[in-house]
Design a protein around this ligand. Structure first.
Ligand SMILES: *Cc1c(COP(=O)(O)O)cnc(C)c1O
Length: 393
């Protein structure tokens, strides 16, 4: 080696870090290129196997670690990581649906899932139909021989209706249709999406790791978890062909936050329920939408399924307040920042108009969604109190 140029020696260096270093956080392995010891080893290696490594896009020790931990959290066996929660939804649709198939989507689903169905899926000859998740008959009637996938989400996005998940899953199973659950709200903490009791569960569970698993408001990632090797492989082929890799540093952030997911979930739950209860006593609003509050749609189903809830709820302002007045309230908030997403350290607020978002909007009046961070509840209540003055009530 001594006759080599210093630039070459620096690249092909002899020092090897010894194995056996242990610390609370796992090491972060970064790679596009992965070395093989021989041509034969390269020819023999299977990119689908976790027994070895082929290329960064197909997995590293760092991504495999988070995949294993997410599978454990969700109660599944295999997990794939994708660059966002929305990409997790896209992966499932692309892997399981082909021209002539139909997918069923709850009317109160995470909005971009509907947009994907109306956009790309429609363009590829895949039809979709919306069902009312609060009425299992609506799902029963929507299932046809073309139905290849039923999406479920608990609770509904923004309006927070908690469906009878067991009834919906049982119905789809009885008709032999695959089910995919968006478990971002439950986060693998509130209930087991693969087993809601009596072995009833979804075939596929997706989650936006952007929310609770990250917990920082600074990472975008999604997971697709299964409990069936054949189904996992079907998803894995599409995952590989689409080239949906995730960055090692983003995985590192999620691995660092994951050990505290249960305490963060519970702390935000307590704070959100206290604030939701305070809102229930305010005369400016007609409804608080939080599944753990009696009177919220599907409360009994929440009670039968969970004992905890994500730190997230909506309020419906009385119709006498026009949208600009509600916006003035939102603008007057000081601790709550205006922004999407949830489960981060900062409390967030978003105003919504339901009419364009639902086939059957259940409420009139402007809806405002709050996600609760880690500020003291008393300060958040004081912030809402002072901002209500801006409503001009
Ligand atoms: C946030 C969210 C998503 C999308 O996650 P991104 O990482 O923002 O793409 C999907 N489903 C639900 C229920 C969500 O709350």
């Amino acid at each position: 080696m001594n006759d080599q140029d210093p630039s070459t020696i620096l690249i092909h260096h002899t020092y090897q870090a010894p194995a056996g270093f242990e610390a609370p956080q796992p090491p972060v392995y970064k790679a596009s290129t992965v070395y093989f010891p021989s041509a034969a080893a390269m020819r023999a290696r299977d990119w689908k196997s976790r027994a070895g490594y082929t290329y960064g896009l197909h997995g590293t020790p760092t991504t495999f670690l988070l995949e294993e931990r997410m599978a454990t959290l969700e109660g599944g066996l295999q997990t794939l990581l994708v660059p966002s929660g929305l990409a997790a939804i896209t992966l499932v649709d692309m892997a399981l649906l082909k021209s002539g198939d139909e997918v069923l989507i709850p009317d109160n689903v995470y909005g971009p899932s509907k947009a994907l169905a109306a956009g790309e899926l429609a363009g590829w000859g895949i039809t979709h139909r919306l069902y009312d998740p609060m009425d299992p008959d609506s799902l029963a009637q929507a299932i046809s021989p073309a139905t290849k996938l039923v999406w479920l989400e608990v609770p509904g996005s923004i309006t927070m209706e908690f469906p009878d998940l067991r009834a919906l899953l049982t119905l789809a199973k009885a008709r032999g249709v695959l089910t995919a659950l968006d478990n971002t709200w439950g986060a693998g903490v509130a209930f087991n999406g693969f087993d809601l009791g009596g072995g009833i569960g979804a075939d596929i569970v997706v989650q936006a790791l952007t929310k609770y698993p990250s917990g920082g408001g600074d990472v975008l990632m999604g997971s697709v978890t299964t409990r069936n090797e054949t189904l996992h492989l079907q998803l894995k082929y599409t995952h590989m062909r689409m080239g949906w890799g995730v960055g090692a540093n983003d995985v590192e952030l999620v691995l660092r936050s994951l050990p505290t997911i249960h305490v963060r979930y519970q702390a935000q739950d307590r704070a959100a329920r206290a604030l939701a209860q305070w809102w229930a006593g305010q005369p400016e609003i007609v409804q608080v939408l939080h599944p753990a509050l009696p009177g919220s749609p599907g409360h009994a189903h929440w009670q039968a399924t969970c004992s905890v809830a994500a730190g997230l709820f909506s309020v419906v302002f009385d119709e006498r307040f026009a949208t600009p007045q509600v916006d003035a309230f939102v603008d007057a908030l000081r601790l709550f920042r205006i922004g999407s997403s949830w489960a981060g350290p900062v409390s967030l607020v978003v105003p919504y108009d339901l009419a364009p978002m639902r086939v059957r909007p259940a409420w009139r009046g402007t809806v405002v969604r709050f996600s609760i961070g880690f500020e003291a509840v008393g300060d958040l209540i004081a912030d809402c109190t002072q901002a209500l003055a801006a409503l001009g009530a």
